[in-house]
Design a binder for this molecule. Structure first.
Ligand code: GTP
Ligand code: SPV
Ligand code: MN
Length: 603
């Protein structure tokens, strides 16, 4: 009995009665508690200590080889009415879902410790923050939640304070690693009861329930009811040489560049001119309209659970520098010196992510990746050199632009600007991206991933688009909306755009559009920079590449719009008419543009 809040105590008791743990531990978030947990995990083999000279307080965790990513096919939204979950989600009736998963929880914690983790998503005193309690039998989850959220005594105090005012003020998340058997693994959400139940996985978004389950799936449901937005977006501050800071929120699907953009280091010529970047968040953004009509955003998280492979001195030096101490690595490889290693780093791996010896061939390469493609680091946000001094502001930061972007080899130009909010919502809804290793299943398959929320929206996408459209009010001062694509490839199969730090060149045009200082060309799909509108100083882009990146292929777009139309239609009658109208409007512009390029008389 450890809380002043009766409802919380009762829930913990009920869970304990069913899961049968050997003991119960209420997490206070203290240093001593963390040290004891690390000690325990080093003994059990859950953690391996990394080279303490180069990486003090850093540990490696190897997850079960069948448990290395999110499992979208085992993730359910359990609403009373199936249509409320929508075709974008797997659905199960709440009673059936509870029955199915409760049977798996029965006795699942026998011989284990049940940890009660009170946590706060967002700055602890922010009116925009929300709390939850995760019950888990995984000490690895506790250690990660301690980094990723404001966890412990202060969160519990807020939960008790709010709980006394009203019932159901915190999200209840129940997690057990169960048998780590993919056949007995489910991630279930009951948005109407602010409840999450997850069993059978100890990995990332499946197990750290504050992150995807709470801060996106449950929060998106709450946000619709309360008039705000819970989004899969990074938040970055861009400071120009005059000292003005513009905050941009960007939604890219999993493993499509959020962490990289959030920590961007400007190219040399920009640094010399005085440009600076500030990181507010790298994965989740909660945005609320304020009295000034603008959207103000907080990052509900306190740390980064970032993709390791590809993180290097060249691509993301800010990230690399923060990983030298107090970090947890999951499924990375090891060098002979006990340093963490992944593809993209110098040096050679000695042990792969499963702890097997790496056998190098005659040219010095291993047969497959030594680090798992979805291997990750967990680290406190404060360790990032570009961490924004405003990241903890209770009212958040004002957003000037919203950027959508996917991983698209073809067609999608480097950047375009939506004409207005409705067009921007359509551009977000129409987002497509090639799948990545962040979820189990095939990689590189193009699918629609509206607003990068396909795996994370806790309700019907049609209702979600309608909710987005409601923000367009006469008194609103909404951000402008853009779409970017860093992943266009040329005929040689190589990326056309250098990406990473050079993405600031595109961001500069974006903020210039917001302040009215930059030019553009109108096209049927939106406004694009002309080559002279981009700052290319110090960039050696071979001739033809920029033209290709900024080309609008009308034929290709007609086909794309036909496919977008089919996608919108697949949601049936709930799809907002305004979005369908916007789709028809742009389709007509494309058809007109096509007919203009055809010689008269051709069919
Ligand atoms: P989640 O944490 O899964 O939500 O992903 P994320 O969007 O934060 O992805 P992240 O920034 O970690 O990027 C993942 C992959 O994209 C890495 O392999 C990066 O190297 C690659 N990447 C990021 N930015 C760029 C870019 O501008 N160009 C190219 N070509 N690749 C990029
Ligand atoms: C993602 O897949 O979008 C992530 C990683 O940010 S996880 O927390 O595992 O979902
Ligand atoms: Mn993510």
């Amino acid at each position: 009995m450890n809380s002043k809040l009766e409802t919380l105590n009762r829930w913990v008791e009920e869970v304990a009665a069913s899961t049968q743990p050997e003991r119960i531990h209420w997490c206070d978030g203290s240093e001593a508690e963390s040290d004891a947990l690390v000690e325990l995990m080093l003994k059990s083999g859950d953690l391996i200590e990394l080279n303490p000279r180069t990486h003090p307080n850093c540990y490696l965790h190897r997850s079960h080889p069948s448990d290395v990513a999110r499992v979208e096919h085992l993730t359910f939204i359990c609403t009373e009415n199936r249509d409320d979950a929508g075709p974008n989600n797997n659905w199960m009736a709440p009673a059936d879902a509870h029955a199915k998963i409760d049977a798996l929880f029965a006795g699942s914690m026998r011989g284990r410790t049940l940890y009660v983790i009170p946590y706060c998503m967002g700055p602890i005193d922010s009116p925009l923050a929300r709390c939850g309690v995760e019950i888990t039998d995984s000490p690895y989850v506790v250690a990660n939640m301690r980094i990723m959220t404001r966890m412990g005594a202060a969160a519990l105090a807020r939960i008790e304070r709010e709980g006394e005012l009203r019932e159901g003020s915190f999200v209840k998340g129940l997690h057990s690693i169960g048998e780590l058997d993919p056949a007995r693994r489910y991630i279930m959400h009951f948005p109407q009861d602010l409840t999450i139940k997850s069993i059978g996985s100890g990995y990332g978004g499946n197990a750290l329930l504050g992150k995807k389950c709470h801060a996106l799936r449950i929060a998106s449901w709450q946000a619709r009811g309360e008039g705000w937005l819970a989004e899969h977006m990074l938040i970055v501050g861009i400071q120009n040489p005059k000292g003005d800071i513009f905050y941009i929120a960007a939604a890219f699907p999993s493993a499509c560049g959020k962490t990289n953009l959030a920590m961007l280091i400007p190219p040399e010529s920009y640094r010399a001119a005085g440009w600076k970047m500030w990181t507010v968040g790298d994965d989740i953004c909660w945005m609320t309209p304020a009295a000034d009509g603008r959207l103000w955003a907080i990052n509900p998280e306190a740390g980064y659970f970032g993709v390791a492979p590809g993180t290097s001195e060249k691509t993301n030096p800010n990230a690399l520098a923060m990983l030298n101490h107090d970090a947890i690595f999951t499924n990375v490889a090891l060098t002979g010196d006990g340093d963490p290693w992944w593809e993209g780093l110098p040096g050679t791996p000695a042990k792969d992510w499963q702890g097997r010896d790496v056998v190098l061939n005659s040219s010095g390469a291993s047969s497959g990746p030594a680090a798992h493609p979805n291997s990750r680091f967990t680290v406190s946000a404060r360790q990032c050199a570009s961490w924004s001094p405003h990241a903890e502001d209770a009212h958040g930061v004002p957003i000037s632009a919203i950027v959508f972007g996917g991983r698209r080899e073809h067609l999608l130009p480097l950047v375009f600007e939506a004409r207005d909010w409705t067009h921007g919502v359509l551009a977000g809804a129409a987002m497509g991206s090639e799948t990545t290793a962040a979820a189990t299943g095939a990689v590189g398959v193009l699918r629609r991933d509206s607003m990068a929320m396909k795996p994370f929206c806790g309700y019907n996408f049609a209702d979600y688009f309608a909710h987005w459209l409601t923000f367009d009010q006469p008194a609103a001062a909404l951000p402008k909306i853009f779409h970017v694509n860093w992943f266009r490839k040329g005929e040689d199969g190589k990326f056309l755009w250098p990406g990473f730090g050079d993405n600031l060149r595109v961001l500069e045009w974006i903020i210039g559009r917001c302040s009215g200082d930059e030019g553009a060309e109108e096209t049927p799909i939106g406004n694009l920079p002309r080559t002279q509108d981009l700052n290319l100083a110090g960039l050696d882009l071979p001739h033809g590449k920029l033209e290709a990146l900024l080309h609008v292929d009308i034929e290709g777009w007609l086909a794309e719009y036909e496919s977008i139309g089919e996608y919108l239609a697949s949601f049936g009658a709930r799809m907002p008419a305004a979005l369908l109208r916007e789709h028809r409007r742009i389709s007509a512009l494309l058809a007109e543009a096509e007919s203009e390029t055809q010689p008269v008389g051709t069919p």
